[in-house]
Design a protein around this ligand. Structure first.
Ligand SMILES: [Zn+2]
Length: 67
């Protein structure tokens, strides 16, 4: 099992490592304020969707394209 502390560290790493859109993998995005939790939020210039460093992780629970 992963402890809550380890998860927190993983998130912190992701926070600094955002390099592409979570939806279309475009590198054309700009900062778009922050979330209610203070996380950096981004808006993609290609697909016009917003995302943050957690959007593409299992924590988001947005994987519906499997099967
Ligand atoms: Zn995009």
């Amino acid at each position: 099992m992963i402890s809550a502390n380890q998860v927190g560290k993983a998130i912190a790493v992701h926070e600094e490592g955002v390099s592409e859109c979570a939806h279309c993998c475009s590198h054309e995005f700009t900062k778009y304020g922050t979330t209610v939790r203070g996380q950096q939020r981004y808006k993609c210039k290609t697909c016009s969707r917003t995302f943050n460093s957690l959007t593409c992780t299992p924590l988001s629970g947005m994987k519906k394209q499997d099967k």
